[in-house]
Design a protein around this ligand. Structure first.
Ligand SMILES: Cc1cc2nc3c(=O)[nH]c(=O)nc-3n(C[C@H](O)[C@H](O)[C@H](O)COP(=O)(O)OP(=O)(O)OC[C@H]3O[C@@H](n4cnc5c(N)ncnc54)[C@H](O)[C@@H]3O)c2cc1C
Length: 558
């Protein structure tokens, strides 16, 4: 279908209003306010959530360093902080037992940090940006990256009002082309435009290792008083994650009655039945968790992937007409599982560089390289460099990982040697036959009977994420070869998508036309935009693209 699109000319296009994009916009506005040699450029700042914060999800214990550098006295300005961290503990879990670590590993020490809700923090940062006179267009999704002669020249927004077959309905509104001198991708983890940039401009990832991911599944609970304390931070390792796989859990006291509880599961699992949602529900059945949650009510649910590779997985952060900030640029410290402060810092460094580019009216790679230089000379680089070998140390399992991580803390992050693991997460997944051969049993889903009161099935959880999509639109989960899903994958892997998706988007159902054989049924309207499927699918035939703007989760408290 040939579509005529409106062209919107602008100086800067910012995609994504998370901490990175918001910090960038705020810092730029303040720098321009203080420098009368530079005029405010035209900025089109888009966000796919229905409002700023709607798609924000984090643990979240926040290191305030970024916020402080951006806003100065952020408390005085009214930043929404749930509680300062008041106590912390780390446990190693077995099925019915737990052992408290005698000390907190330095990377997980949270003295001076704050428990926050990223929804609230992003919404508040959005207000600060708007108070500088900048608009944020929430409900507008960037669908495609415009690349001309090797240079990024903007973004195409998503078409609205197409039916399931992609035919225009009466309310059809074609997406526009935002033509920008500079496009800054602040899409968060595994962004769909960022992925496109990596595919089309291979030099962005030429010198970096593949990004590696966890899927974090989270609920917020209201519990009776006396079961948690505001500011209490508990991290756990071990059960229900097998010791040969990567991951762990958290319990954070947002107040004396509100708890953030979650579990993060590595997507480099050999197990084709790896199910982060199920692991999280099992996690809650541990006595340590029951003591805190029982008698309470689950209020909110969400899931999202986490880019956990660290320094060696970071791409080059610039190209002609392009910058990458926050999780889009891999700014997350794997040893602390923290990215908010680094996303903010990346936004600050991008804004400082943009100031120089505006003065020179030059957005070429040559000019934007100063962003990379700033990063290489920043505290963000120092922090990320120290944890460069962290995730890869766990390649041989939990116990050797802990020993290596301990050695790294005394050797500036090096440990015994530099670790460069050049394997994508999905390549770790074993076929059913290989799994049987290696582990002596079938990849098995450890069944759990959900009572939908304390443990929840995926659909009941998704309901608590506020997720909504118009069902009459093309699927935003694009499967390039359904035949692989319905035949080869069933045979070889047992359709892992039905396990790894934490929102029940993928189900194998009986095909009445084919004598009851199984076929894949998609329910894209359940999707919480976590991106797990795009990352973990062993054949890489699933592509996550943006649905209509303003849809997806409507996260609160997360
Ligand atoms: C489960 C979990 C636990 C975590 N725990 C912690 C923690 O305790 N402490 C900590 O510091 N960090 C934590 N993090 C990491 C932290 O949340 C991220 O590093 C941080 O949010 C990154 O900020 P960002 O702005 O880069 O991306 P995001 O916060 O992800 O924001 C990106 C924004 O871009 C929008 N967007 C994406 N694509 C498009 C598009 N094509 N068009 C328009 N808009 C788009 C999204 O809707 C979103 O609003 C955690 C992350 C997860 C998932």
């Amino acid at each position: 279908m040939d579509i005529e699109r409106e062209i919107l000319e602008t100086d800067l296009a910012i995609v994504g209003a998370g901490p990175a994009g918001l910090a960038l916009a705020y810092k730029l506005a303040k720098l321009i306010e203080a420098d009368d040699t530079v005029e405010m450029p035209e900025i089109l700042f888009i966000e796919k959530g229905s409002h700023v914060g709607a798609h924000s999800l984090s643990g979240a214990v926040m290191d305030p360093r970024g916020l402080e550098e951006l806003f100065g006295d952020y408390k005085e300005l009214g930043a929404p902080l749930e509680s300062p961290v008041t106590s912390e503990a780390m446990y190693w879990l077995r099925e019915n037992a737990s052992t408290k670590f005698p000390y907190e590993p330095p990377a997980l020490s949270n003295h001076g940090n704050y428990i926050v809700s990223l929804n609230k923090l992003s919404a508040w940062m959005g207000e600060q940006v708007e108070s500088c006179g900048l608009d944020i267009y929430a409900g507008l999704a960037g669908y495609d990256l415009v690349i001309e002669e090797g240079r990024i020249t903007g973004v195409q927004t998503v078409d609205m009002g197409l039916d399931k077959e992609g035919e225009p309905k009466s309310n059809f509104e074609p997406g526009s082309i935002i033509k920008a001198k500079l496009t800054i991708l602040c899409e968060g983890v595994h962004g769909s435009l960022t992925k496109k940039a990596f595919e089309k401009i291979p030099m962005l990832r030429k010198d970096s290792l593949p990004q590696v991911y966890l899927t974090g599944v989270k609920e917020v609970w209201e519990v009776p008083e006396g079961q948690i304390k505001a500011g209490q931070v508990i991290h756990t390792l071990g059960w229900p994650q097998p010791n040969n796989e990567y991951g762990g859990g958290w319990i954070y006291g947002m107040s004396d009655t509100m708890v953030s509880v979650g579990y993060a599961v590595g997507l480099n699992s050999p197990d084709p039945a790896n199910d982060p949602h199920l692991k999280f529900q099992r996690y809650k059945t541990h006595p340590l968790l029951r003591k805190i949650l029982e008698g309470g009510t689950m209020q909110n649910y969400g899931a999202k992937t986490i880019p956990d590779g660290g320094y060696y997985s970071m791409p080059r952060l610039y190209h002609d007409g392009l910058m990458l900030c926050g999780d889009s640029g891999g700014f997350l410290d794997p040893s602390r599982l923290k990215g908010i402060h680094l996303a903010i810092k990346s936004g600050i460094m991008a804004a400082e560089t943009i100031m120089e580019c505006l003065k020179a009216d030059d957005f070429s790679a040559n000019s934007l390289k100063k962003y990379q230089d700033r990063f290489e000379n920043s505290w963000a680089k120092d922090e990320l460099y120290k944890s460069r070998n962290f995730h890869a140390s766990f390649k041989k399992g939990l116990f050797s990982g802990l020993i290596h991580a301990a050695i790294q803390t005394f050797t500036g992050g090096k440990g015994l040697f530099e670790r460069r693991v050049n394997i994508e997460d999905h390549s770790y997944m074993l076929k059913k036959s290989e799994y049987r051969q290696q582990f002596g049993n079938d990849p098995s889903v450890k069944e759990l009977k959900f009572d939908n009161n304390y443990t929840f099935d995926k659909l009941s959880d998704v309901y608590k994420s506020g997720t909504a999509h118009d069902e009459e639109q093309p699927s935003h989960l694009v499967i390039s070869d359904l035949d692989i899903c319905n035949n080869r994958c069933t045979e070889e892997y047992g359709n892992p998508c039905q396990h790894f998706c934490p929102a029940q988007v993928y189900e194998m159902v009986e095909d009445s036309d084919q004598n009851g054989t199984l076929k894949l049924q998609l329910t894209p309207s359940n999707c919480v935009h976590c991106k797990t499927c795009d990352i973990a699918d062993p054949y890489q035939v699933i592509r996550w693209v943006t649905p209509q703007g303003g849809e997806g989760p409507n996260y609160e408290n997360l």
